[in-house]
Ligand binder design. Structure first.
Ligand SMILES: Cc1cc2nc3c(=O)[nH]c(=O)nc-3n(C[C@H](O)[C@H](O)[C@H](O)COP(=O)(O)O)c2cc1C
Length: 335
């Protein structure tokens, strides 16, 4: 019998498969269905800063201006309306969900400033949330903004939330930092209990018939897991916060890969939306079968076994491998 237990952001979990933020957690029934399907923990859908400050100028700007400075972020903000849950309903949902479930329920806050709204984190804790996941969904379309200023936003939001709660706080990160390692260290110093790699940004497409920007949402594919896989492998064992993988988990092998890279928890949204909450069990059973077949005794033994620090050739994650890979590419069309 393999031991699937893991610890994520200080929370003991029976196995590493966690349901990430999605509309599946919009009701107590939905959350309960995820628990019954076997999820080890649930991250609730996000409460947006804009929902808390919907009267504010910032919200007006984001939702109505349509200027190019926020064009990209507009593709995501329709979700605010889709979810349409104010803070009171959100807190009530946490209360009812934590009463109904034995597994940890993690609340999710999505914002880009540290001004005022972060107090809601304390109310989330009081309502029963076992942890808070912060999602700074920020696209720095202001050309005058420096990389350091973008990084500071993440650190400031984290610092403000850490000040108001005692439950663990995770930070869901964008992959677009020029120095991911340094950013991870800054968040470590600011007290992050976990880093969630990576936030999946919803890039716009063009409708060439209507000449409009399309803002439809595509579910992920397994191939998208390579970027988080790379950074989890690089960061494993080198920073204090736990690491969670989000993006591209569509099969048990994807979970295994993330664990081997060094993830403490592996999250799924697209696959659960596609196949239903029952797919959690397919993932967990598949991981168990894989481990038994390969003679692993537990997740702990497997975790990070293929991280950059542990593989025989650490340059496999770096530039040298890029050159090797290009040279080895074979195509029928290359003479
Ligand atoms: C329909 C949908 C709704 C989502 N809602 C949220 C959300 O409210 N907050 C959040 O942080 N992430 C949200 N996400 C992102 C997911 O939690 C997840 O990080 C992302 O989809 C990548 O994982 P996946 O490849 O398993 O889908 C949403 C994703 C989808 C597809």
């Amino acid at each position: 019998m393999v031991d699937l237990s893991t610890t994520y952001m200080g929370l003991p979990l029976k196995h590493p498969v966690v349901a990430s933020a999605s509309p599946l957690s919009e009701s107590v029934d939905g959350i309960k269905r995820l628990e019954d399907a076997g999820a080890a923990a649930i991250v609730m859908f996000s409460l947006f800063e804009e929902q808390l400050q919907h009267e504010s100028e910032a919200f007006d700007h984001l939702t109505t201006s349509g200027t190019e400075s926020f064009a990209e972020s507009l593709t995501y903000f329709p979700m605010v309306e889709d979810y349409h849950v104010g803070p009171d309903r959100y807190l009530d949902l946490i209360r009812r969900a934590t009463e109904a479930c034995d597994i940890p329920v993690i609340a999710s806050l999505n914002g880009i400033t540290d001004r005022g709204w972060t107090d809601i984190a304390r109310q989330m804790q009081e309502a029963g949330a076992k942890g808070i996941e912060l999602n700074v969904y920020y696209i720095p379309a202001d050309l005058g903004m420096t990389g350091r200023e973008v990084e500071d936003r993440y650190v400031d939001v984290l610092t403000a939330v850490k000040r108001s709660v005692t439950v663990p706080v995770a930070m869901k990160l964008s992959p677009f930092f020029s120095a991911m390692g340094d950013m991870a260290r800054r968040l470590d110093t600011a007290g992050a209990d976990a880093l969630v790699l990576f936030n999946r940004f919803y890039q716009p497409d063009f409708d060439l018939e209507k000449l409009e920007v399309k803002s439809n949402l595509n579910l992920s594919a397994s191939t998208e897991m390579r970027l988080p896989l790379l950074w989890i492998a690089v960061l494993h064992g080198r920073i204090r916060p736990s690491l969670a993988a989000t993006t591209g988990v569509h099969a048990a092998e994807d979970v295994v890969k993330y664990l081997m890279a060094g993830a403490d928890a592996v999250m799924s949204t697209s696959a659960l939306l596609k196949h239903g909450p029952g797919f959690v069990a397919t993932l967990v059973d598949g991981v168990t079968a894989w481990m038994e077949r390969r003679g692993y005794s537990g997740v702990q033994q497997m975790k990070g076994s293929m991280s950059q620090a542990n593989v025989a050739d650490p340059t496999a994650f770096e530039r040298a491998n890029y050159i090797k890979m290009l040279e080895s590419y074979k195509s029928d069309y290359v003479l």
